[in-house]
Design a protein. Structure first.
Length: 337
């Protein structure tokens, strides 16, 4: 007996746009509706911070897979296909009905819309839509100057414009430009990742063929970016972390920073966890509590920095210098230039 095709919703958009928040909302809605849903998270870095944030929500998922240190449309495409095939191979009643595929903000979705044509997935998978999340806090001229962003938007079956509650005037500017340039794509303004109740269903998208002429161009693409991951053995200085991440770098452009840490001088919370997630996007540093895992363990502490033309040795030294070891303790890892 043939299985019903696995529905896949691609969620893409720039770094820090709010994709993980949107993904968590989507997963909770699917679980509440009684559907078996899985999530495939791709991050550009050696530590899956977004995976920890999704795991913290603890919905009852049919599957969770984290792909790190690559791009789903490039070096990790084979892993994506293998993961989707494994889910398709599961018995009826166990296999997911739907999959949310969250790409890194550096991924080009033009290389993902042909997943249905993969020999191992043909007839077993259906692309249900492509949701692009865009933050209104970035410069509005990025829509014209950054080809990757234009491709992420141009292929969308639905656009979510996020963070308008933070800067309403910026939301108006972004909404005007998006509606003018892409008037055929439905656009929704969200608050904290939540779309209005009468918004289009992301799973009822209408994916169009890849537009002609969308060849790779210069710009902040996956190939131009670099990711640095630094593990921490001890709590870090919260003020020093803020100062480091908010100061303009001496070299290159800092596109994104995120991680998990404990803060020196901050006691464990009532839930028993001393872990915090931090996210730098659009020039704003956000910190949120991160609970213990379901088994009672705490996520490892590490920072991921993503940017172009950054000095890797400098950033690794600067991140390790944020640690505040307890009296008499030493760092376990020596950072070499």
């Amino acid at each position: 007996m043939s299985h019903r095709a696995l529905e896949v919703l691609i969620v893409t958009g720039p770094l820090g746009a709010g994709k993980t928040t949107a993904v968590n909302r989507l997963l909770k809605a699917e679980v509440a509706a009684g559907r078996r849903v899985a999530v495939l998270i791709n991050e550009f870095g050696a530590v899956s911070v977004d995976g920890a944030l999704v795991d913290a929500e603890r919905p009852e998922l049919a599957g969770v897979e984290n792909l790190v240190n690559g791009c789903v449309c490039c070096s990790l495409r084979d892993d994506v296909v293998a993961t989707l095939k494994a889910w398709c191979d599961q018995p009826e009643g166990q296999r997911p009905e739907r999959v949310v595929l969250e790409t890194t903000g550096l991924a080009d979705p033009t290389d993902l819309v042909d997943l249905e044509q993969e020999p191992e997935l043909a007839g077993r998978l259906r692309l249900a839509g492509l949701l692009t999340v865009v933050s209104c806090l970035g410069p509005v001229d990025h829509l014209r100057t950054r080809p990757l962003l234009r491709r992420q938007v141009a292929l969308a079956s639905l656009l979510h414009l996020s963070k308008g509650d933070v800067d309403p005037s910026a939301a108006v500017a972004w909404e005007g430009d998006l509606r003018s340039a892409f008037r055929h794509i439905p656009l929704v303004l969200t608050r904290n990742g939540v779309a209005p109740t009468d918004s289009p269903d992301p799973w009822r998208g209408d994916l169009r063929p890849v537009p002609e002429g969308w060849e790779a161009t210069a710009g902040p693409s996956f190939a131009a970016a670099r990711s640095f991951t630094t593990a921490w053995d001890h709590p870090v200085d919260p003020a020093a972390l803020e100062a480091l991440l908010l100061a303009p770098p001496a070299h290159g452009e800092l596109l994104r920073a995120k991680g998990v840490c404990a803060f020196a001088g901050w006691a464990a919370r009532n839930d028993g966890s001393d872990r915090w997630a931090f996210q730098l996007a659009d020039g704003r540093l956000e910190i949120s509590p991160l609970p213990l895992r379901a088994d009672g363990s705490a996520p490892s502490c590490a920072a991921v920095v993503i940017g172009t033309e950054l000095d890797a040795a400098h950033w690794k030294r600067a991140l390790r210098a944020l640690e505040v070891p307890p009296a008499g303790a030493r760092r376990k890892v020596t950072v070499r230039p």
